[in-house]
Design a protein around this ligand. Structure first.
Ligand code: N01
Length: 550
């Protein structure tokens, strides 16, 4: 991986799937492109999230890029690959597409400022290097700013305490340890599954029960792989038309038109397939119709309770009364999460009943006065998701506006790709894109294609600047809000709406109209010559970095 030039046409921030996809295509088109990656390796989320059990909740067919010449020779060994397998996939991408020579690792971008005189960005790294680029593309994902709650005494703990999103690269041995896991989202569930078989004791601090679905994990054999390869091209096409960016989609049938037996039979089959099938291949109404949502919750609840011996735990993990609409908080996938609670070394503390009062040198104290002693505390407490990946960087656009100030008040974008006052700056898999409601690689490609085509178009027409018009941004942001309000997402506190972070503005942060609809909007926008964007020409510089700007 090489040193970077002083000026490039396009600087990409982040070497996850989005960043690599854009680097590959833009370089092929003859642009000069560099990726700055904060981590010591490529892989984005799979570099940082190397905690025990970390694995993708998307199946092998869908969790890959569709680049021709890439997918044909790659096969995962498991249906839901873990972080180690995913890192092998990233190494394969790097090798096959020869991307490394344009990636600078350990290069964290801390600031960027737009220079009106040249229509260029000046980007500063943590090490103090400054690079000039005409276009800046943030491929920083939705979960690159870990959230650590302000627990009293956090710094006093004498054991090991780590957030899942910044897990030590060298690993942490959980064997025979007393492990606390705070948080029961996708990360917490994965850690618990890994810790319970080997740790001396695992104590889970739960604030809200998750509604995990069975993963259906299995090893892939030669026959599976052959079948996958045969259907792969169709899967790539289908996923861009679907609601959630997977190769499968909601049933065309209305729930109301089906008999109770037909409804049950459908969900029996979807559960048997595993993964997100019950969520994204069942009835669409579960997202909009409270009664349909109640029905699907009750079915999930009964299946889960049947696996748990202790009635108290049954009620804590799968409450009789639905705690929030099913599917409105990101569902984890589980392999044996609920069964593990039957083990004597696994226990649960409901912090609504018995709150976590402070972290102590020896462990965690709860409101009942008990000090629970631990060797390791795992903070699976999530992220300042979606907007946080960019607002943590000092990004300054025109008129002195920073992205932090703009989005902290109320995040606005046009098409989830650009935001007013930040010309020549794109972002992918972030604010107001399909993001959390989409399979990652699909969103990376749909949004990446729009950016790539736009840059080609600008070059062909001699434009040096693209800027999202304010009225287009207002209209799109309203659309995101209106679509979101048609669903049940506001009925729960979650990172989908910013409600997991104290004080953060609560708003719909995802485009919830579906990936297929979104992709069509992007294609239309491209076809009509980028309506809603102002394209201008005239200011091009290839000069050295202006070190005084930042
Ligand atoms: O984070 P989360 P995550 N005291 O925000 C709890 C992706 N991911 O890291 O629900 C006590 O979902 C919080 O409680 P509550 C995936 O998209 C992907 O698990 O807010 N508890 C919740 O239980 C996922 O959705 C993979 O009441 C506190 C938990 O911490 C996203 O990352 C694998 C607390 C946070 O859950 C984030 O998942 C893993 C407090 N003060 C993760 N504050 C893949 O497959 C928060 N909590 C790609």
């Amino acid at each position: 991986m090489s040193a970077f030039p002083a000026r490039v046409d396009i600087l990409i921030v982040g070497a996850g799937l989005s960043g690599l996809y854009q680097l590959y295509h833009l370089r092929k088109l003859g642009f000069s492109v560099t990726i700055f990656e904060a981590g010591g390796g490529i892989g984005g989320t799979w570099y940082w999230n190397c905690y025990p059990g970390s694995r993708v909740d998307t199946d092998a067919t869908n969790y890959q890029l569709s680049i021709d010449g890439l997918w044909q020779d790659w096969s995962y060994a498991t249906l839901f690959p873990d972080w180690q397998e995913l890192r092998k996939y990233f190494a394969y991408i790097d090798r096959t597409l020869d991307l490394g020579r344009d990636i600078s690792l350990n290069t964290r971008v801390v600031a960027a400022e737009f220079e009106e005189a040249t229509d260029e960005w000046l980007v500063r790294t943590q090490k103090g290097d400054i690079v000039r680029c005409q276009f800046l593309s943030f491929c920083t994902g939705f979960a690159s700013k870990p959230y650590i709650p302000e627990f009293k005494g956090l710094d006093t703990f004498r054991g090991r305490l780590h957030h899942t999103g910044t897990w030590p690269q060298e690993g942490v041995d959980l064997r025979s340890k007393r492990v606390a896991v705070i948080g029961t989202g996708a990360s917490g569930v994965q850690v618990v599954q890994e810790a319970a078989p080997i740790a001396q004791q695992v104590t889970i601090f739960q604030r809200t029960p998750c509604t995990a679905l069975p993963m259906g994990q299995r090893k892939l054999d030669i026959e599976d792989i052959k079948k996958m390869k045969e259907g792969q091209l169709k899967a790539f096409t289908d996923r861009k038309k679907s609601y959630a960016g997977h190769s499968y989609d909601f049933t065309d049938r209305n729930m109301a038109d089906c008999t109770p037996e037909e409804q049950e039979e459908l969900y029996k089959q979807l559960y048997a397939r595993g993964g997100f099938y019950p969520l994204f291949a069942g009835f669409r109404e579960i997202y909009t119709d409270a009664a349909a949502n109640d029905w699907v919750y009750a079915m999930w609840r009964d299946k889960v309770r049947a696996r748990i011996n202790d009635p108290w735990l049954q009620e804590k993990l799968a409450p009789t009364i639905k705690p929030y609409p099913f599917g409105t908080k990101r569902l984890p996938l589980e392999q044996n999460y609920y069964d593990l609670f039957n083990q004597p070394n696994v226990s649960l503390i409901d912090i609504n009943e018995n709150s976590l009062t402070q972290i102590t040198p020896k462990g965690i104290q709860t409101a009942d006065g008990v000090e629970h002693e631990f060797d390791i505390i795992v903070l699976a407490t999530g992220f300042d998701a979606i907007t946080g990946s960019m607002t943590q960087i000092d990004i300054r656009g025109t008129e002195g506006v920073t992205i932090f100030d703009k989005w902290t008040a109320f995040a606005r974008t046009y098409l989830g790709l650009m935001t007013t006052n930040f010309p020549n700056m794109f972002f992918t898999y972030g604010t107001q894109g399909p993001t959390a409601l989409s399979n990652g690689p699909t969103a990376a490609e749909v949004q990446g294609d729009w950016i790539i085509h736009c840059l080609e178009y600008m070059r062909a027409h001699g434009f040096s600047r693209i800027h999202a018009k304010k009225e287009a941004e207002e209209a799109y942001t309203k659309l995101v809000g209106d679509l979101g309000d048609q669903g049940l997402w506001m009925k729960v506190k979650s990172w989908y709406t910013g409600a997991n972070i104290p004080g953060k503005t609560i708003q719909h942060l995802n485009f919830s109209g579906g990936v297929g609809v979104y992709a069509e909007m992007c294609r239309e926008n491209e076809a009509n010559g980028y309506e809603g964007f102002e394209l201008t020409s005239g200011r091009v510089s290839s000069g050295p970095p202006a070190r005084s700007m930042l």
